[in-house]
Every structure is written in C-alpha cells, then in structure tokens.
Design a protein around this ligand. Structure first.
Ligand SMILES: *[C@@H]1O[C@H](CO)[C@@H](O)[C@H](O)[C@H]1NC(C)=O
Ligand SMILES: *[C@@H]1O[C@H](CO)[C@@H](O)[C@H](O)[C@H]1NC(C)=O
Ligand SMILES: *[C@@H]1O[C@H](CO)[C@@H](O)[C@H](O)[C@H]1NC(C)=O
Ligand SMILES: *[C@@H]1O[C@H](CO)[C@@H](O)[C@H](O)[C@H]1NC(C)=O
Ligand SMILES: *[C@@H]1O[C@H](CO)[C@@H](O)[C@H](O)[C@H]1NC(C)=O
Ligand SMILES: *[C@@H]1O[C@H](CO)[C@@H](O)[C@H](O)[C@H]1NC(C)=O
Ligand SMILES: *[C@@H]1O[C@H](CO)[C@@H](O)[C@H](O)[C@H]1NC(C)=O
Ligand SMILES: *[C@@H]1O[C@H](CO)[C@@H](O)[C@H](O)[C@H]1NC(C)=O
Ligand SMILES: *[C@@H]1O[C@H](CO)[C@@H](O)[C@H](O)[C@H]1NC(C)=O
Ligand SMILES: *[C@@H]1O[C@H](CO)[C@@H](O)[C@H](O)[C@H]1NC(C)=O
Ligand SMILES: *[C@@H]1O[C@H](CO)[C@@H](O)[C@H](O)[C@H]1NC(C)=O
Ligand SMILES: *[C@@H]1O[C@H](CO)[C@@H](O)[C@H](O)[C@H]1NC(C)=O
Length: 524
C-alpha cells in the first residue's frame, strides 16, 4: 500500500516538470542511481547507505534522497557535485526493516525527472530471545487420532528460523507439517508422544543467536478398546459368587468400568488404574442368571463388551481320555497328547495322574496345556511310561470328582498310534467299518430314534468311564450317525493300542451287531 502511494507520489512528481514550466536543460540525462547498503544489520548499529550516479552530468549539483521503510519514510537528502557519492549515516532501528531506494535529481531544476535506484531489501536483525512453546489443545493431552498444534513464539527477535525437536532429536523426517512457527500434528498416534521443544535461531555478522523453548510433554492417550467379559466362580459360604471380569485390550487409565445386566441395571462400577475390573455377582448353580455386559470409558468414547450368559453348570456325565499324535515335523522325538473331555460342566478343572501320582503343570517330559484339558508328553521313555488318567472337578469346588479310565502309555503303544487315525482305521478295519456303516446308516434311515442306552454304555466302557457323580440323567439322543462312527472307530483304534484289545473288539462288534439287531434290520 505504502509502496504504491510512494510510487504514485513519485509518478506525479515526475510529471510536474513536463506539465508545468519547461526551462532549458531538457537534454540532461541522469541515469539510474546506484544504492549501496548492507544486507542486514543489528539494531542500534550505525550504517552508511550510499547513493551515486555512475555518469553524473557535469557542472550540476545533484540532490540524492534516501527512502526506506518500504518507501514510507524519507531518511535524508544529500547534495553532491560531480562524481561525489551521497553518504547517509543511519542509526538503525527495528522499524527500518524493509525496502530502501534512493532518488537522484538535478538541484533546483524541476525540468529534469528524478530517477530511482533499484530496491534494496534491508534486514534488521534482532537476536532471538525467550522462545516459548504452546499447544492447542492445552494441556497437550490428546487421544489417538486427534489433532494437536504446537506453536513456537519468541519474546524478541526478527528473521529467525525454527527447528523442532522431540526427545532432543530433530524432527526433520517427521510426517507432521511444519509451517511458520507452527507444527501441525494430524491424527496423532502413541508414537508421537514425547517431550517437544522448539529452537529458534538467527545469524548476524557470523554470530548465531539461538533460543530453546522449554520442553512440552505431549501425552497421547489411547481410547478403550477390545473389551471382553468373562467370569470365574468361587464359593461364598454355602452359596456361590461369580467374579465377572471386564478386561480391555487397550486404553490409557483411568478407566471407568461398569457392569450391566440385560435390563440395563448397573451391577457395579469401578474406576481403575489397570486394564480390568471385576465385580462379584451372587449366582445359583444350574440357573440362568441373565446376560451381562461391561461398558468402559476413559474420557474419549464408551465401548461395550460382548454379552455374557451367566450360567454355571457343574461338571457331570462321563470323562473321556484320548491319545493323539502331535505333528512335529522338525523334531525326531515323538510327542503325544492326552486329551481329557468331560460331558458337561462350565468351568471344569482337570487333574492329571501318572501311576496314580498327581502331575505338576510342567515336568521333564510333560506340559499341562489348554486350560488343563490336555497333557502333552514331549517324550515317551521309561520315566514317562505308565498308566495315565485324569480327574475332572469344578474349578470352584471339588465336590464332584469324575475320573477317566486308565490309559497305559509306553513307546510301544505310542508307535502304534496312527498319525492319521481315519486312514489307518479304514485300512485296517475296512470290513468291520463297512459292515457297521451299512448297518447303522440303514438303521438311521429307517428309525431315527434315540439309540438304546445299552449301546452307549458299552461304547463308554471302552475309553470312556462313567461318572461317579450324582445327577445321572439318561444319556439322550446319542443316535449314531456317520460322524459318530468315525469317533467310535477312533476310540476303538486307541483301544487296540492299549493292548487289551481283542476282547474289546469282540465286545464292540457284538455291541454293534446287537444294535443292528435291536433295530430290527430286515435280512437282505
Ligand atoms: C516492509 O515489507 C516487509 C515485507 O513485506 C515487511 O516484513 C516489513 O515489516 C515492512 N517494513 C515496514 C517498515 O513496513
Ligand atoms: C560515510 O560517513 C560515515 C560517517 O560519517 C563515514 O564513516 C564513512 O566513511 C563515509 N563513507 C563514505 C564512502 O564516504
Ligand atoms: C536552490 O534553491 C534554494 C532556494 O530555493 C537555494 O537556497 C539554494 O542555494 C539553491 N541551490 C543551488 C545549488 O542552486
Ligand atoms: C485434523 O486435521 C485434518 C487436517 O487439517 C482435518 O482434515 C481433520 O478434520 C482434523 N481432525 C480433527 C479431529 O479435528
Ligand atoms: C537446544 O536444544 C537442542 C535440542 O535439545 C540442542 O541440541 C541445543 O544444543 C540446544 N541449544 C541451546 C542453546 O541450549
Ligand atoms: C533434553 O535436553 C534438555 C535441555 O538440554 C535436558 O535437560 C534433558 O535432560 C534432555 N533430555 C533427554 C532425554 O536427553
Ligand atoms: C520420547 O521419550 C519417551 C520417554 O522416554 C518415550 O515414551 C517416547 O516414545 C519417546 N518418543 C519418541 C518419538 O521417541
Ligand atoms: C520431559 O521433560 C521434562 C522436563 O525436561 C522431564 O521432567 C520429563 O521427565 C520429560 N519426560 C519425558 C517423557 O521425557
Ligand atoms: C457372601 O455371603 C455372605 C453371607 O454368607 C454375604 O453377607 C455376602 O454379601 C456375600 N458376598 C457377596 C459379595 O455377595
Ligand atoms: C477378547 O476376546 C477375544 C476373542 O475371544 C480374544 O481374541 C482377545 O484376546 C480378548 N482380549 C482380551 C483383552 O482378553
Ligand atoms: C463411571 O461410569 C458410571 C456409568 O456411566 C457413572 O455412573 C460413574 O459415576 C462413573 N464413575 C466415575 C468415577 O467416573
Ligand atoms: C508306572 O507303573 C508301571 C507298571 O507298574 C511301570 O512299568 C512304570 O515304570 C511306572 N512308571 C513310573 C513313571 O513310575
């Protein structure tokens, strides 16, 4: 604006001679004056700005004028004869920062147009001081995915540059945008957390001035997520108590956990420093106590867990112990896994025994895995050979104890456990299987009704032991279909391995035949 104004004034001024009195000397040519001045200077320093004409007209007195502050301020006039240079001495002030130029005109001769030098940009350097860092939002605490802007300001200083640091190392390679005095952090992640500072610096006469801000700690909070609900049961006097546990996968504390039932009623609420909270809920066994869910929040968003059906059924039914190969292509040692499965029970606890002595969760040759439900034998040798069995109890009390049959395991037995049970079964006992399949599919097609209990009993007696626990309700709907046949064959096979197979085989065969007969297969 001021530049334009200056230009306009100059323009008008240059027009006046032509429009008004035109005296002689119209043939005088001034040429463009040359302004020599420092590029930059400090406040309160004394500097010379010089203006001269390379080819001044002879015998004329030339008037040089120095304009500064982007053309808005006339700093002085200087008369010089001939080749003399105009010398302006200025005591530099902060406001002098900007464009300078000088003009030359013939003194007391308005007929000749004044001429203007090129612009010269003059910087007034004031050393930086007092860098400060501020943040938006303040305090600098945001959740992942939110934005944060850091601004660096100084108490004093001109023409300075910024450098950003995190944990005292330069932020040059950052994905965040630096613009002017600001650092725009878009969609922050937890990796962006740290101590930020800005360094401001400028340079004058080969001296670098710098000022560091204090460190500002940027905290990135993680919203709660991956909320799960689970429970365990414990006894409370004569009753039972479910400890319902709400657990978040991620989230910066404090986290407020609340447990609700299906009617939306609050069963408990807790604010914790950890990622989980648990709430005691009195329960009755075998009764559906409702669908529960947890809600968690830590100031950003609320998350809701899946629903948990709170129903605790004590262990019951029969326990089945099976033996299988573990695929271990790398190792030359044979590993086998014993698996213990109970017919029902919400929170079963399995105890393992070798030759009637209890096994710890880990030993030289074994590991108890899969929530105690399987026993991995990493090697089968003299120390690990023997008779294995498992006992299932409820994890919350041991009133019910259901024991499996004993299963003898040694190297010989293990070597005969087929890697692929089904193929060997089919290969070895093709005839029997065909017979059974035919018989049973026939039965299935003709009479889809619960199989007689007798058969189940016989099957169970092989690798499955009947429970020794109350509540022996009839085993229902164990109708044998194709899938079950494979299982039965599976059991049979393992049994053979036990070494007492022959009699058993006859038993099974007999059992199957009996079944078929029971179902009155018409002679073909
Ligand atoms: C002159 O212009 C420059 C660039 O636009 C600006 O930084 C400076 O402050 C101005 N100086 C004055 C005295 O107006
Ligand atoms: C201009 O004036 C200053 C101070 O009066 C002097 O120090 C300097 O030498 C002069 N420069 C020229 C080129 O005459
Ligand atoms: C220019 O004119 C002014 C008065 O208008 C006078 O004082 C001055 O001496 C003159 N200068 C020259 C160099 O003629
Ligand atoms: C964060 O900044 C980006 C870019 O400026 C913008 O597009 C986005 O909407 C901002 N997000 C929030 C949550 O303000
Ligand atoms: C400013 O901080 C940076 C980074 O922490 C450091 O390298 C530099 O030496 C500091 N400068 C001063 C003057 O303290
Ligand atoms: C970072 O630099 C500041 C100031 O130089 C110093 O006080 C602090 O200990 C440094 N922090 C680390 C982590 O190096
Ligand atoms: C900065 O240091 C803090 C504490 O040592 C660390 O948690 C954070 O990850 C660091 N940030 C970066 C970007 O290195
Ligand atoms: C950040 O810096 C402050 C002050 O320099 C220091 O007390 C704090 O421990 C630092 N925090 C981290 C995470 O580096
Ligand atoms: C545990 O049982 C006692 C009475 O036997 C009862 O007072 C108490 O409230 C029960 N605890 C919980 C958490 O329900
Ligand atoms: C929550 O449950 C899922 C699925 O069962 C599981 O993958 C995840 O690890 C669980 N998270 C926590 C924190 O337990
Ligand atoms: C936790 O959340 C519940 C339900 O929103 C609220 O009633 C309770 O006041 C909160 N507790 C705290 C400590 O924020
Ligand atoms: C277990 O008993 C069997 C037969 O009595 C015996 O051969 C075996 O060595 C015993 N195993 C262990 C580990 O004591």
């Amino acid at each position: 604006m001021s530049l334009r104004l200056a230009a306009l004034i100059l323009g008008l001024w240059s027009l006046t001679p032509t429009m008004c009195d035109r005296t002689d000397g119209g043939n005088i040519v001034l040429g463009v004056p040359i302004l020599s001045a420092p590029e930059a200077s400090g406040v309160k320093s004394i500097e010379s700005f010089r203006c001269h004409l390379s080819d001044p007209p002879e015998g004329e007195s030339i008037l040089f004028t120095l304009y500064g502050n982007n053309g808005t301020k006339k700093h002085g006039e200087y008369s010089a004869h001939g080749k003399y240079t105009a010398n302006f001495t200025l005591l530099i002030q902060l406001s002098y920062d900007g464009l300078f130029y000088c003009t030359a005109s013939v003194q007391n001769n308005t007929a000749i147009q004044p001429v203007k030098s090129k612009d010269h940009y003059f910087k007034v350097i004031e050393p930086v001081e007092g860098a400060e860092l501020s943040s938006d939002p303040s305090p600098a605490e945001v959740f992942e995915g939110q934005n944060l802007t850091l601004s660096c300001s100084v108490k004093k200083g001109t023409h300075f540059s910024y450098n950003w640091f995190i944990n005292n190392s330069s932020l040059e390679q950052s994905r965040h945008r630096q613009e002017g005095n600001r650092l725009f952090m878009v969609s922050v992640s937890s990796e962006d957390a740290g101590n930020y500072s800005c360094m401001t610096w400028n340079e004058l006469d080969d001296t670098v001035y710098s000022s560091n801000s204090t460190q500002k700690l940027v905290t990135v909070r993680v919203g709660v997520s991956k909320l799960n609900v689970s429970f365990s049961v414990q006894k409370n006097g004569t009753g039972y108590l479910a400890q319902v546990r709400c657990r978040a996968g991620r989230g910066t504390p404090l986290i407020n956990f609340t447990l609700y039932d299906e009617k939306g009623e609050r069963l408990g609420s807790e604010e914790t420093l950890s990622l989980e909270a648990s709430f005691p809920v009195p329960i009755e066994l075998n009764r559906h106590m409702g669908l529960l869910h947890c809600v968690a929040e830590n100031g950003h968003r609320r998350v809701r867990s899946n629903a948990l059906a709170l129903r605790v059924v004590p262990v019951g039914g029969s326990v089945r112990l099976t033996l299988e190969h573990v695929d271990s292509s790398s190792s030359d040692r044979v590993s086998v896994r014993l698996r213990c499965a109970v017919e029902r029970g919400t929170l079963p606890q399995v105890h393992w025994f070798l030759n009637d002595s209890s096994l710890d969760s880990r030993g030289d040759f074994h590991r108890i895995e899969e929530h105690s439900q399987s026993l991995l034998l990493t090697s089968v040798n003299d120390h690990s050979s023997g008779s294995y069995h498992c006992v299932v109890t409820d994890s919350f009390d041991a009133i019910a104890r259901i024991s499996s049959e004993k299963l003898f395991v040694d190297r010989e037995v293990v070597s005969r456990v087929p890697v692929s049970v089904l193929s060997v079964v089919l290969g070895c006992f093709l005839f029997l299987c065909c017979l059974l399949t035919g018989c049973c599919i026939y039965g299935a097609l003709h009479r889809r009704r619960p199989a007689p209990r007798k058969r189940i009993r016989i099957l169970n007696s092989i690798a499955v032991n009947n429970m020794e626990y109350e509540d022996d309700e009839p085993v229902e709907d164990e109708y044998m279909e194709d899938g079950d046949l494979a299982t039965a064959a599976d059991m049979e096979d393992r049994d053979t391995v036990e070494g007492e197979s022959l009699d058993e085989w006859e038993q099974i065969e007999k059992a199957m035949q009996i079944n078929c007969m029971d179902e009155e297969v018409p002679p073909s």
